[in-house]
Design a protein around this ligand. Sequence first.
Ligand code: ADP
Length: 258
Amino acid sequence: FRIQIAPIEGIKESIVGVVAVLRDITEIRRLEEMRKEFVGNVSHELKTPLTSIKGYVETLLDSSPDEKISRSFLSIIREEANRLQRLIEDLLSLSRLESKSNYSSKEQVDMMKVINDTLSLLREKARKKSISLESDLPVSLPLIEANKDQMSRLMINLVDNAIKYTPRCGKVKVRSYNEGEKLILEVEDNGMGIPEKDLPRIFERFYRVDKARNRKLGGTGLGLSIIKHIIEEHQGQISVESKVGEGSKFIVELPLNA
Ligand code: ADP
């Protein structure tokens, strides 16, 4: 609490009372802490690839290693630069979504097309891990009022995560159907799953279940928080069911008219 006290003066400079104002600053402090943590996280996430790039460049310049080693260093540098690029793009998306002044235009979107485009885009990635990418879709789906780019982003992030966190020869399945005034999207995998204690936190910025390993898989730790913002912007809901070692299922509900 922040306390402000002021005297109440009576006649002839006598003090007849005191006014005390108590302001609950817990929320302000909490937001301030969150902001500081976020800035700390961003700095750390940007510094890690940069330090690695600088280290490899120094080694290449100082010791001129043979061609094979040089090429392997260059490919690490490229990978780290790609990570920086993804991180910056995700940070920009997040900041656009978080700024309330941003109005995202909505139109009638055909989710069947968005889903099929996502599957085509990620089929090669799934194939490389021998993961079967399946879909269970009705003959037709109603159009929904939504931002098309954000819907693509939502589907790509969910299916990409499902492929990323599922071991070789696993299965990823996308389902969609209409229920009353809502469209339901489900992305299910039989991968590593998420421990129960982490489930409430996975939508937080930079939260990862296994920091070191998940960073290696190429994620920025921002995907699910971007998804959460997109869904809020469409007055929808997202939930997740998961069991360690068995898999995860993300369920999205979107109103047909947001
Ligand atoms: P990342 O870029 O690390 O994938 P996300 O915000 O997309 O970040 O996801 C946050 C964390 O949630 C991931 O680091 C991972 O630990 C967990 N996660 C997300 N999707 C899945 C999934 N399908 N299976 C298991 N874990 C998942």
